[in-house]
Every structure is written in structure tokens, then in C-alpha cells.
Design a protein around this ligand. Structure first.
Ligand code: C2O
Ligand code: CU
Ligand code: CU
Length: 455
């Protein structure tokens, strides 16, 4: 709702019950509803006020993933909202048009809270709400897809076991929810369909592709448009990452979008299409792993014409590492001891998350190179708050074209080394930190997270 120059959002964290299977209810958490939250529509440059009321029986937070906001409004564990309290965050939207999301960042509880539903999408549109030249009719030819795997008992109850294995691999399930629904179908009315994909899973990494292998155009990454569309037939997304794709449905034939799950160890494929029937939910298992149904696109008989996708979408600043005044190193490790704290646990630079410790101090108005190395045997998505960064290289080689845009989360396979270019601006606060962490939520909760301040 609008109040003068400020757009207000009232968000209530609430517990509820949701039936993901017919008449089988399970306890869930949502924002203004029983599972997940509403799509927040925002315009770049707008002033917004988020009032977040926690009606749950435990502490919670809401974090605006991918957003450039003052640290005290970032919704990290430092902005915990106690039961019964309301927390207010006020900031200007300073984002390129893209899909972002909000989710719980509660201290050591992000995994279970997001798993039970504390997350939702944010769509940022251009200044003045100007639409872009891509399909942009929400729910008609512009559709966000929040993709989350979940485990259910035979009674339809969500299972969040938190066994040692679940913590190590991250919590995984064999049923895929897409915007909270199993195996959805979409009636497509237009020749082109824009899908905004968000991997909102706790841990699984997927390759998205069509069953027919039909190609699509990738037009945007985490924080905005790519300079030019990239033709692809498969896009890999780890937890926290987003991709916008434009799909051609003008042939009129139904299209099944699939997500092949990768094995956690090496970021290698474990999804096989051989044999196996679709399970109770929408997954198919083979000796090689899981393939999930994401969305069945059913084109109408009469399709409305769409504007052709432009050859150029935006201009991004050149990636210039010579601007960097400092290089920092971050080594991701999973110790053998598997202890929850300190050595042997989930660490960055040998340290497990400590709310009272600032790990890095960054100077305002500087550009830095962050060299991130995955020294463990599992793949980890590395996420940095406050900034949209650029990928300089992977193992010394330039990233693929679709990774040259704005990013806030980057997947590192085992033993991989990635260099990022980040610029820190606008907001300084030497007392309130931002986070960087693995976006496998069980790893984050177990301590694979650090804190930096900008001063
Ligand atoms: Cu998507 Cu620190 O979070
Ligand atoms: Cu974030
Ligand atoms: Cu991890």
C-alpha cells in the first residue's frame, strides 16, 4: 500500500497448515498465508518500508536476498524478531530489474524455517515501473517459479530430520514443490513465455532443461539482465541462484520443464532418465539419481503474438580487476571430525560462524577481489550480502557467457577456485555486519558463514 512517497509492506510470519497432498495437512510457516509469501512487486528507486510481525513461537528474521540495503535492515541473525514483535526495515530499492527473494535468516534456524515455508519472491521492475521489452504480464507470460524439494511422510507431513547425513548433504527430499505445488501445469496464452527460476531449495543443485531438449534464451542472472540473451538448453542453479529464461511455445506443443538433481559431492550429474516411473510426487529415481518435473507448459490453440526478444538487453560496466584495491581469500572447508563448532565443522578460513566476531573489514567506496576456494569434497554455493558481484574467473579461466552478468551467489564445485569482483558503496556501518556464507542452509546453520562490515 502507498503512503506518501513510501510504499509499505505488511508481512506477518505465521504458522499454518498446508495440504500438499489431498486432505493431508502438515504444519507449515508462511508470510501472510500458510506456506511461502506473496510476490512483492517493487520499482527501482522506490522507498519501501517493510513491517515484519512475528507471530511464531520462535525467533525469526526476514532477509532481502540480493538487495543492496543498509546492514541494519538486511534481516540477518542480528535483526532477530522475537515472538510477538514487529521489526521495521526502510530502504530505497537500488536494484536492476530482476527476481530476488526474501527468506528467514534466523540464527542456526534458517534451514528448518525456510523448509517449512518462510520465503517468497520479489520482482524488481525498472525505474518508474517501466516494463522491459521481455514478456512482463505477471502470471500470464511472466511467471516466477520457486523450486524446492521436500521430504514427506506417508501421512503427508513434512519431514525435516536433521540427521548427521542431512546436515552434511543438506536437507533433501524426493518431491518437488513449485510455488508450493506438486507437478503444476501452466496454460500458455502467448508465443513467448518468460520464466523466472529461483532455486529455493535447502540443498539440491539442479540442471533445468526441457524433456524435448528444446533450447531457450537466458536473459537474466541473479541481479539483472545479461547484456545479451544467451541460447542454452540447460541451466544449472544452486540454492539461492536465479535465472530468467524466455521460452518459445509458438509451435503449440506441450513442453515439460525438468530439473535434474546433481550429486552433492562433486557437482557432477546424478540425474539419469533411464527407467523408473514417476514417484508419488513428481520425481523419478534411477541408479544415477533424481529427475523432477517442474512445470508442464500447455500452449493454447490461439497464441497471442509476443515481441521478439531484443538482441541487446542492457549494458553492464566492464569487468575491470585493475580497480581492485585489495584481494581477500576465503577457503570453504568441511572438516573430517564433522563437529558442529570450530575445527572439524563447516568453516570458512578455518572458522565457524560467530555472531560476536567480525571477520572482515571493508572500506566504503572500494572495489575488491574475493578469491574463494572450495577445499572440500562437496559443491557449495557461496553467497555475499549487500552486493551484486561479477565473476572474474573460474580456475583461472573466464566464466561462461551466462555467468558474466550480475551475481550474488556462485556455485563452487569441489576443489574449484573462483575470483569475484565486488564494489562496496553507499552504506557504511562499522558495528553491523553483513554475511557471506554457503547457501546450503544446513551448512549455513552449521557455521559455514562469516561476517563483514563496511566502514
Ligand atoms: Cu539468501 Cu544470507 O541469504
Ligand atoms: Cu542474501
Ligand atoms: Cu555448503
Amino acid at each position: 500500500q502507498k503512503n506518501g512517497a513510501i510504499t509499505e509492506y505488511d508481512l506477518t510470519l505465521q504458522s499454518g497448515r498446508t495440504a500438499f497432498f489431498d486432505n493431508q495437512f502438515t504444519p507449515t510457516i508462511g508470510i501472510n498465508q500458510s506456506y511461502l509469501g506473496p510476490t512483492l512487486d517493487m520499482v527501482n528507486g522506490a522507498d519501501v518500508r517493510m513491517s515484519v510481525t512475528n507471530t511464531l513461537e520462535e525467533d525469526a528474521t526476514l532477509h532481502w536476498h540480493g538487495f543492496h540495503v543498509p546492514a541494519r535492515y538486511d534481516g540477518t541473525p542480528h535483526q532477530r524478531i522475537a515472538p510477538g514483535e514487529t521489526w521495521t526495515a526502510q530502504f530505497q530499492v537500488r536494484q536492476k530489474p530482476s527476481l530476488f527473494w526474501y527468506h528467514s535468516h534466523a540464527h542456526r534456524r534458517a534451514g528448518p524455517q525456510v523448509y517449512h515455508g518462510l520465503a517468497g519472491p520479489i520482482i524488481v521492475r525498472d525505474d518508474e515501473g517501466r516494463t522491459d521489452s521481455l514478456p512482463h504480464e505477471y502470471g500470464i507470460d511472466d511467471v516466477p517459479l520457486i523450486v524446492q524439494d521436500r521430504a514427506f511422510g506417508s501421512d503427508g507431513r513434512l519431514i525435516y530430520a536433521r540427521s548427521m547425513h542431512d546436515i552434511m548433504m543438506g536437507m533433501r527430499g524426493d518431491t518437488l514443490l513449485v510455488n508450493g505445488v506438486i507437478d503444476p501445469a501452466f496454460e500458455c496464452q502467448t508465443e513467448l513465455l518468460r520464466l523466472r527460476l529461483l532455486n529455493g531449495s535447502n540443498a539440491r543443485i539442479y540442471d533445468f532443461e526441457f524433456e524435448t531438449q528444446q533450447s531457450f534464451l537466458m536473459t537474466g542472472s541473479d541481479g539483472g539482465h545479461l547484456e545479451a540473451p544467451v541460447r542454452m538448453s540447460r541451466i544449472r542453479l544452486s540454492p539461492g541462484e536465479r535465472a530468467e529464461i524466455v521460452v518459445d511455445a509458438s509451435h503449440g506443443v506441450p513442453l515439460q520443464l525438468l530439473a535434474r538433481s546433481l550429486s552433492g559431492e562433486m557437482g557432477m550429474m546424478d540425474g539419469g532418465m533411464m527407467g523408473g516411473r514417476w514417484g508419488r510426487g513428481n520425481s523419478r529415481r534411477s541408479s544415477e539419481g533424481s529427475v523432477f518435473k517442474v512445470l508442464l507448459i500447455v500452449p493454447n490453440e490461439q497464441l497471442r503474438p509476443s515481441t521478439a526478444t531484443p538482441a541487446k538487453l542492457t549494458t553492464l560496466p566492464a569487468i575491470d580487476p585493475s580497480k581492485a584495491v585489495k584481494t581477500r581469500r576465503f577457503v570453504l572447508e568441511m572438516g573430517m571430525g564433522m563437529g558442529m563448532r570450530g575445527r572439524g565443522g563447516f568453516t570458512i578460513n578455518g572458522k565457524s560462524m560467530d555472531m560476536a566476531r567480525i571477520d572482515e573489514r571493508v572500506k566504503l567506496d572500494t572495489t575488491e577481489i574475493w578469491e574463494v576456494e572450495n577445499a572440500s569434497m562437496m559443491a557449495h554455493p557461496f553467497h555475499v550480502h549487500d552486493v551484486q558481484f561479477r565473476i572474474l574467473d573460474r580456475n583461472g579461466r573466464p566464466p561462461p557467457e551466462h555467468e558474466m552478468g550480475l551475481k550474488d551467489t556462485v556455485l563452487l564445485s569441489s576443489r574449484e577456485r573462483v575470483r569475484l569482483l565486488l564494489s562496496f558503496k553507499d552504506y557504511a556501518d562499522s558495528d553491523t555486519p553483513y554475511m557471506y556464507h554457503c547457501h546450503i542452509l544446513e551448512h549455513e546453520d552449521a557455521g559455514m558463514m562469516g561476517q563483514f562490515v563496511i566502514e
